[in-house]
Design a protein around this ligand. Sequence first.
Ligand code: HPA
Length: 234
Amino acid sequence: MTVHIGAEKGQIAETVLMPGDPYRARWAAENFLEGAELVNEVRGMLGFTGTYKGNRVTIQGSGMGMPSISIYANELIRDYGAKTLIRIGSCGGMQPQVKIRDVVIAMTCTTVATPSSTMFRELNYAPCADFGLLEAAVSAARGRDVGVHVGGIYSSDTFYDERPDLNEQMTRHGILGVEMEAAELYTLANRYGVRALGIMTVSDHLQTGEALPSDQREKTFGDMVEIALEAAFA
Ligand code: HPA
């Protein structure tokens, strides 16, 4: 047990998928894993461990925002020995070619700050995805009926943003989408020498104002879970 995760040491797999929403963790575990068991419910941040094609996997909610995912990723890596961590979430599209329902796979993430910023001081650290995972996720995604984009994303600290000029600068600089967690996950994975990747479906679009209807979210989320699982064990 750790401060925020109630699982015993052996109950967490080396491969962990991390949706922001704990109910999504339950949905993914019920629909994609065999023999899934609840391993964490501290603060309602549900985590499940089961198998996918014979490989052990944990699906653990991360909560929203970098401070929250930082807590879970730190404990998963440092206390439970997680070696592969894949964020599965949503993002807002920031380029015209990035459409609702498409999948964005993040090579790197720009931020105003991460929980690690105080440590980096004057450095603008560029958190980086694991290339092997990225390559495997791209080939898993290309075999499906879904648009795929690979590039930089923006990990923001705000959903209700009082600085729309920041989004404008990100769009001008080719950033594909905005979400709120990946940069800190990548930073921690880079620090501790483990693999991380962020795979996001486009749930809304900052330029067009479109949003994915709730009845279609499950299908696109399912595509992403399968891409993540295939990439993890490629
Ligand atoms: N902003 C920040 N995070 C998000 C968004 C957004 O528009 N959409 C999905 N995650």
